[in-house]
Structure formats: structure tokens, C-alpha cells
Design a protein around this ligand. Structure first.
Ligand SMILES: [Zn+2]
Length: 144
């Protein structure tokens, strides 16, 4: 019985790991960040501003509600906080993302203030992927 429990735990861990590696496409061409119950699309506009839109389980746009999000750009020059403001039903960055990409962007999502945070580490590469025509940070190709 113990062996079965260990095996199930292992399978669940494997399933969680493979789910984390799959990029889910967002409707705007960004990348979905799924931190149950939050479903948010991370999208970078042509002005390099971060835009976060929120969806319910059915894919309908919802307001961020109590969701708190922080965005940090890990540039070669150091970590830069990217403040967000709410605009209609989205959270947008006040300033464009700092130059120097590709670099890593960490998006921390809390479904409510004080809730356990989920961290998403995104390699911010804004070049278009030749295969799927999406920006590399939101590329859905299985090969890379
Ligand atoms: Zn691609």
C-alpha cells in the first residue's frame, strides 16, 4: 500500500512538472499563467508594456479582483521592479520594460493579499518565433 502511495505521489509530481513546462497560448498572443484559481495572460505590447488580463475557467475575461501581481525584470544590471496599475479589467505596467532583453522576468501572482504566491519565471525574448509566429516568450512549439 505504501508503495502505491509513493508511486502515485511520483506520478503526480511528474504530471505537475510536465504541466509547468508547457506554454499555454493566451488569446492576445501572450502566455497564460495558471495559478489556480487565477488564470492570467502575460502579454507584452509593442510599446514593451506588460499587460495582464484575467480569465475564468470558461475563458471569459474577468476583473483581477483581489489578485495581486508583482513583476520583476532580472536585467544584467540588476533587478528592476515593474509597477502595475489597473486599467479597465487589466493590469498594465506604468513604464515600458527596461532594455537589455533577453532577460528573465519573474511574475508573482497571489489570488488575494496574503495568499500563497505562485512565481512564474519567463525568459523575456521578444523576437518572433519562425515556427509559431508568436514572440519567443510565448512560443508554443514543442521543440524548444
Ligand atoms: Zn514557436
Amino acid at each position: 500500500m505504501k508503495t502505491i502511495t509513493i508511486l502515485i505521489s511520483f506520478l503526480l509530481a511528474v504530471a505537475a512538472a510536465s504541466a509547468a513546462e508547457t506554454t499555454v497560448a493566451g488569446p492576445k498572443g501572450g502566455r497564460m499563467l495558471i495559478a489556480h484559481p487565477v488564470r492570467a495572460e502575460f502579454f507584452v505590447t509593442t510599446e514593451r508594456r506588460v499587460e495582464l488580463s484575467f480569465f475564468d475557467e470558461a475563458g471569459k475575461t474577468v476583473s483581477p479582483g483581489t489578485t495581486a501581481v508583482t513583476v520583476t525584470a532580472e536585467t544584467t544590471g540588476g533587478r528592476v521592479a515593474v509597477p502595475l496599475v489597473s486599467q479597465d479589467a487589466t493590469l498594465v505596467s506604468v513604464e515600458p520594460l527596461p532594455p537589455g532583453d533577453p532577460y528573465r522576468v519573474v511574475v508573482q501572482v497571489r489570488s488575494a493579499p496574503g495568499a500563497r504566491p505562485s512565481n512564474f519565471r519567463i525568459e523575456l525574448n521578444l523576437h518572433e518565433c519562425g515556427e509559431c509566429q508568436r514572440a519567443e516568450y510565448a512560443c508554443t512549439c514543442a521543440s524548444h
